[in-house]
Design a protein around this ligand. Structure first.
Ligand code: ZN
Length: 477
């Protein structure tokens, strides 16, 4: 069925007298390719299509979903969602108002990523990844290498009984390279990867060859490097580790549904309480965090969230002060706090919940060299290797793949197995310098997990390099 036919069916099958009903038709086409040691490991084409029906009636939400996108399938899903609504009303925990599903203007066909070339084949992606593996294998000491690449096109058609309609299409690119090196009994790994809203033209041979050479050389270098020292020192974190620091110690604790306790069974709570918003000094005055779904190419950029709320850039933390949470209109209604357009679902078979989207650390003014020059004894760390953080998102320790010492204002030797630990708020208060826009990079992941049943979703984080004072650094993990 085309969209006009779906619209006609939706109109016919939605009974009058129900406060609000919406339909989302989501079609995903994905190409996934993986290469190990230059040999093709897997090549897959995945197609997925389904419809989600959401009902809001007498303050109660209910859902039904189906992969049967025929008129009969849509009718059955609408009836099921209404049936579930009628039978769950007596257990209603919170009476939601219709304000949680505002109507929006009619949108035209919208594409969130520029590059719509779709003809790239799995064979072409395979060739780029094989070439990268050839480059990595050439480095003496490399014992294993691999590359992964995927391209997903996701099209969402959204209709509501309060007259809203939207069609959105996005291209998501996910890739990684990995080089493993061995020297005597030591094994070290370097990786390069990202998740972005870009199309297939990103798979450029020259770019992948260049990065393959770098990760292989650095993996070998690490196997000959001394252990990271254990001491309290200044720490410069590069953007590809900053993203995890932001994600785990700012993003998750500020999700309003988590603060409300919805995630307690699965992912835990938060050290932040409702009364902290507008008051709490989360970090140093150099800390500026924005929720920004408007950044081109970042993984979770969109113009409307999955409940039709218009997305806009908002300061979550400004000059260190906590201003607002990551919460949908439902969470905003329940907490009476300001939130953002962050209600998102991983696909047609999961309901929307509070998600992080793009959560970025705004650039400061310090150049990378000026940050290094003010450190007497410190370390630069790059690329996450391991992470651990408690259920309240307070106490953490993170391991990185690669580090370089700073001695008397200059970077000196490479060290292996670098780690650091801290407690969220004191750690962000130790933020001394924020790198300028030149050191800012955009990263993302497709695997932020949340919700029961679980929803893995893409999130983006842009950050410059940052300098933290007096951090507990240790090696050997
Ligand atoms: Zn996450």
């Amino acid at each position: 069925m085309n969209h006009e036919q779906i619209k006609k069916v939706f109109k016919e099958v939605c009974p009058s007298g129900i406060d609000f009903i919406s339909l989302k038709l989501i079609k995903t086409k994905a190409k996934l390719c993986s290469v190990k040691n230059s040999f093709p490991h897997s090549n897959k084409l995945v197609m997925d299509e389904g419809v989600q029906i959401e009902v809001l009636h007498k303050g109660q939400f209910s859902y039904a979903a189906t992969h049967d996108v025929s008129p009969q399938g849509i009718k059955a899903a609408v009836n099921k969602a209404i049936f579930l609504n009628e039978h769950s009303l007596k257990w209603n925990l919170y009476p939601f108002s219709l304000k949680t599903r505002p109507s929006f203007e009619l949108r035209n066909k919208k594409t969130s990523s520029k590059d719509l070339k779709t003809k790239t084949t799995l064979g072409e992606i395979n060739d780029v990844l094989s070439l990268a593996c050839d480059v990595m294998k050439k480095e003496s000491g490399i014992i294993h290498c691999e590359g992964h690449g995927s391209l997903r096109n996701i099209e969402t058609y959204y209709l509501t009984t309060n007259g809203s309609e939207d069609l959105n299409s996005k291209n998501l690119l996910d890739f990684s390279l990995k080089a493993i090196a061995k020297n005597d009994n030591d094994i070290q790994t370097r990786t390069w990867g990202n998740t972005l809203q870009l199309g297939p033209s990103f798979f450029q041979k020259d770019l992948f060859k260049k990065e393959a050479f770098r990760v292989a050389r650095e993996a070998v270098e690490l196997t000959h490097a001394p252990e990271c020292p254990t001491e309290t020192m200044d720490l410069i974190i590069l953007p590809d580790q900053m993203i995890l620091q932001i994600h785990e110690s700012i993003g998750h604790p500020l999700e309003l549904d988590r603060i409300l306790g919805d995630e307690r069974n699965y992912a835990g709570l938060s050290f932040i309480k409702k009364e902290n918003f507008g008051e709490y000094q989360y970090g140093s005055p150099k800390l500026n965090i924005t929720f920004d779904p408007t950044v081109e190419t970042e993984a979770a950029s969109y113009s409307l969230d999955d409940t039709g709320v218009k997305a806009s850039k908002e300061f979550i933390i400004k000059e260190g002060k906590l201003l607002r949470g990551l919460g949908s209109l439902e969470s905003q209604e329940r907490t009476n706090l300001k939130g953002v357009a962050c209600s998102r679902m991983s696909s047609w078979n999961r309901p929307p919940i509070d998600r992080m989207a793009n959560l970025n650390l705004e650039p400061g003014v310090a150049t990378f060299d000026s940050m290094v020059s003010q450190v007497k004894r410190g370390i630069v760390m790059a690329t996450n290797k391991s992470w651990s953080i408690d259920d309240y998102r307070n106490k953490f320790q993170f391991g990185c793949e690669y580090a370089q010492l700073i001695e008397d204002g200059r970077t000196t030797k490479i060290v292996k197995n670098p780690n650091y630990r801290g407690i969220t708020t004191p750690f962000w208060h130790n933020l001394k310098e924020v790198g300028d826009a030149k050191s800012r990079e955009i990263f993302g992941t497709a695997y932020c997990g949340k919700g029961e049943p679980n929803q893995a979703i893409e999130v983006g984080h842009a950050s410059p390099a940052c300098l933290f004072e007096n951090i507990e650094v240790f090696g050997g993990a």
